[in-house]
Design a protein around this ligand. Structure first.
Ligand SMILES: NC(=O)c1ccc[n+]([C@@H]2O[C@H](COP(=O)([O-])OP(=O)(O)OC[C@H]3O[C@@H](n4cnc5c(N)ncnc54)[C@H](OP(=O)(O)O)[C@@H]3O)[C@@H](O)[C@H]2O)c1
Length: 318
């Protein structure tokens, strides 16, 4: 089944996830959707110093939004902030140093931020594909910690703040790679079998799509969405998937193309009118499963994922 899913997914990707795929899809975009004034609205973007996150921060700053960049490296974050301020002429851009794989830091940051700030939109963008099994100082597998648990804790810890805002939204940058995965809730730390970073990453991205759907059902006051940026030429693709990058380089999207749907979901009036909890590609809600892929989890498995993540979250709460 996994060979079938990978093959169907790759063929789909060659048609839809490339630069050509973006250009074809963009013909039906409504340009006025992004003609918005974001002054008075506050956006938090994780991993905003690079790639899709930086391009997203740039588009929001250009439209007058307050930007909170959540990054792990001060040097890289400050350099990106200077570039964003310079290009957008918007001074309301702020750096927060948080390692998204460190659960205590994520909790502490969210709690501190909630004192005295407003937040309209959270964009969960930070992500990684680490190809060897590495553990964080808390003993968590690093991809799971960064992509799944860090995102889960940051978002749930910020719910009370988001719920005080007008038109609150949570956008999670997942990946079309998740289409190759069925949720495996029994081995979230990837302790069993051979470790395959691509597969682990895709499993984390499936988890993000599932918790987005679950949150949408539970928290009606907030608009949730997850999305696939397509295949964009970013540092993550260059370093984590060097042979894919070398083969595909001329067909990859720009970072701005990769960011387009995240920006649209975060700022457009059109996006917030759509049902909460959907998965998007090129400004369109798309299926979270490939045809005949047998990748659907049972409600019990999804419930178990939520319970396990909540237990982990409580364990690391300060
Ligand atoms: N590019 C694609 O084709 C593609 C396709 C599907 C999905 N995505 C998703 O798009 C998102 C952005 O990735 P990208 O392609 O734009 O790559 P990127 O340029 O490498 O950006 C990843 C960002 O995440 C940050 N990050 C990673 N681990 C972190 C941690 N522990 N704490 C805080 N920040 C952390 C990175 O910070 P540093 O600069 O410090 O490393 C960087 O700012 C990811 O979620 C990725 O899975 C990308």
């Amino acid at each position: 089944m996994s060979i079938y899913r990978n093959a169907v997914w790759f063929l789909k990707g060659m048609q839809e996830y490339t630069r050509c795929g973006y250009e074809a899809a963009a013909k039906r975009f409504n340009p006025s959707d992004l003609e918005v004034n974001l002054s008075g609205r506050s956006f938090m973007i994780t991993g905003a110093n690079s790639g899709i996150g930086k391009a997203t921060a740039q588009e929001i700053a250009k439209r007058g939004g307050t930007v909170h960049m959540v990054c792990r490296n001060k040097g890289r974050a400050d350099a990106a902030k200077d570039e964003i301020v310079e290009n957008s002429k918007n001074q309301d851009v702020h750096v927060h140093i948080v390692d998204m794989s460190n659960m205590k830091q994520v909790w502490q940051f969210a709690q501190d931020f909630a004192q005295g700030n407003t937040l309209h939109v959270l964009i969960n963008n930070a992500g990684c594909m680490i190809n060897q099994r590495e553990l964080t100082e808390d003993g968590l597998e690093k991809n799971f910690a960064t992509n799944t648990l860090g995102t889960f804790i940051l978002t749930t810890a910020l719910f009370p703040l988001l719920k005080q805002a007008t038109d609150p939204r949570v956008v999670t940058v997942s990946s079309g790679g998740m289409l190759t995965q069925k949720l495996n809730v029994d081995d979230l730390q990837f302790e069993k079998g051979a470790f395959d970073g691509t597969m682990v990453y895709a499993q984390n991205k499936r988890q993000q799509v599932i918790f987005t759907e679950r949150w949408a059902a539970q928290h009606k006051e907030v608009h949730f969405s997850s999305m696939h940026p397509g295949w964009a030429d970013t540092p993550a693709v260059q370093t984590s998937m060097p042979s894919f990058h070398a083969k595909m380089q001329s067909r990859l999207r720009t970072e701005a193309m990769g960011a387009d749907t995240a920006v649209w979901l975060a700022v457009s009036a059109a996006a917030s009118k759509l049902q909460s909890g959907l998965f998007f590609q090129d400004r369109t809600a798309v299926s979270t499963h490939l045809p005949l892929a047998a990748s659907r989890a049972t409600p019990q498995e999804e419930e178990k994922l939520m319970n396990v993540l909540e237990e982990f979250a409580q364990k690391f709460k300060p």
